[in-house]
Write a protein of this length. Structure first.
Length: 194
């Protein structure tokens, strides 16, 4: 393998996907910012879930909202919870009610009408994400889907599908974090910048 060529091609593909995000996802990103601002201004919270790398992304995004992203803005914590971090909860749920139900159960216990769920799935077909979306909708929550490619089954269930324009899992995950940073900083600046 030509390592230099591989590096070049990987970075080129990543950059091209990010430019396509602006072209193909801007309206959905703006709508997501509006939903989040409305939720936070009305005392509601953000829940996030995903599997594997998307579980890590859930934690990353929740931390940015809770702590801060833009270092030039002093602000209070914005309530965000990753449903992917409690090993006792996840393993008890996987053992007792089935892994497909672990996120839905947490949405049932923590979610309230007016809250927002960011459901992250590169394929859009993860059973536990689909069930979490169903439970969120049942509870009167808004759902933003961080998806990829065609969006899978999740696309039709969420309020706002953000479809990263790629079929490469790595590029989709990179796109998800880029979009998450845009959402978080836009929310911070709109609500708290002086």
């Amino acid at each position: 393998m030509d390592k230099q060529k591989f590096i070049h091609e990987s970075l080129k593909e990543s950059a091209e996907v990010k430019l396509l995000i602006e072209k193909e996802c801007s309206a959905e990103i703006i709508s997501s910012v509006d939903i989040l601002i409305d939720a936070f201004k009305n005392g509601h919270k953000l829940l996030l879930c995903g599997n594997g790398g998307s579980a890590a992304d859930s934690q990353h995004i929740a931390a940015e909202f809770m702590i801060r992203l833009a270092h030039d803005i002093e602000r209070p914590a914005i309530p965000a919870i990753a449903l992917t971090t409690d090993t006792s909860n996840l393993t008890a749920g996987g053992n007792d009610i089935g892994f497909e139900n672990v996120f839905a159960r947490n949405v049932e216990g923590l979610g309230q009408a007016g809250d927002v769920l960011i459901a992250i799935s590169t394929s859009g077909n993860s059973k536990n994400i689909l069930l979490a979306i169903d439970k969120a909708k049942e509870k009167g929550m808004k759902v933003i889907g961080f998806l990829g490619g065609t969006g899978g089954k999740c696309k039709e269930k969420v309020d706002i599908p953000i479809l990263i324009p790629s079929t490469n899992t790595q590029r989709i995950q990179e796109g998800h974090i880029t979009v998450a940073h845009i959402l978080c900083e836009a929310v911070e600046r709109i609500i708290y910048a002086k």
